[in-house]
Design a protein around this ligand. Structure first.
Ligand SMILES: [Zn+2]
Length: 274
């Protein structure tokens, strides 16, 4: 069977998104003069090297994960090394391959014993004329990072920023994935940290749905997180089903306002653990 191909869409000169497979996150390609960065890699179902080569021929790929969720990182096996925050793998050996969470036909794709290379606050990927700076932003998961591109004046937010059509998930766990062991208070600190960097970017590229989000979107997220913490939040979607054996899930939007996203959370994750 012929391998399905990724399609690409240019967001702006030097930045593309790859798509074409279901359930995937946004897979961003950022081209510099010497290297090309691949920010997240989706479910890994297609040939990522071939897809990047079409856009930025002959340039080495720097593979980075914004966080560990499998819809962002299951394609890690296609790369000999992937950069991610160490909180993504606190209990695992650094050289352990990322396990594939489900059965997928990978056909003839190369498979590496992927080495995880830790990144921390302030680390810089120099692609040649374009840099990506690591901003630690725990919240959605403990190991979430954002990447600041001062050249294109965008901040890649992963699921920490979400998107118009993709809610912010702040849940302790669901049966099929572990989310956050950090709190809404911690998430709010991360949002404010990103807000403080606002002079360096004009908008966000979120982890799902490739469109540039304006700064007003961040302002709304901050207001939502503040409302949840100060107790003024009321459930937007009270019939949201709770996962079996898990605390109830609450979905919150600002009352009566046209906020494009929502925060899903469980009460037990609101406050820092003392
Ligand atoms: Zn996620």
């Amino acid at each position: 069977m012929k391998q399905k191909e990724y399609q690409s869409k240019q967001i702006m000169p030097g930045i593309w998104v790859l798509y074409g497979f279901s359930e995937e996150c946004c897979i961003y390609v950022v081209e510099g003069e010497r290297k090309v960065a691949l920010i997240d890699n989706g479910m890994g179902t297609g040939d990522l090297h071939r897809a990047v080569e079409k856009l930025a021929p002959g340039k080495p790929i720097v593979a980075i994960n914004t966080h560990c969720h499998f819809d962002h990182s299951a394609g890690n096996f296609q790369f000999p090394e992937v950069y991610m925050h160490p909180a993504c793998y606190p209990d695992q050996d650094e050289t352990e391959s990322t396990p594939c969470p489900r059965e997928v036909e990978y056909e003839d794709l190369p498979r590496y014993d992927t080495k995880r290379i830790p990144v921390h606050e302030g680390d810089v990927f120099d692609l040649g004329g374009v840099t990506l700076e690591v901003v630690e932003t725990p919240g959605h998961t403990p190991g979430c990072i954002c990447l600041l591109d001062r050249t294109h004046r965008v901040l890649f937010g992963g699921d920490m920023i979400g998107s118009n059509a993709h809610n912010i998930w702040m849940l302790r766990s669901l049966p099929w994935v572990t989310f956050s062991t950090v709190s809404m208070e911690c998430y709010l600190r991360s949002l404010r940290k990103v807000e403080k960097l606002g002079d360096a970017y004009d908008g966000f590229l979120g982890g799902h749905d490739a469109c540039v989000l304006g700064k007003e979107y961040l302002t709304e997220l901050i207001r939502m997180a503040e409302s949840i913490i100060d107790g003024t939040a009321k459930p937007y979607h009270p019939e949201m089903p709770s996962p079996p054996g898990q605390p109830p899930v609450v979905c919150w939007k600002l009352d009566g306002e046209n906020v494009p996203t929502a925060i899903l959370y469980q009460d037990e994750v609101i406050f820092d653990r003392k």
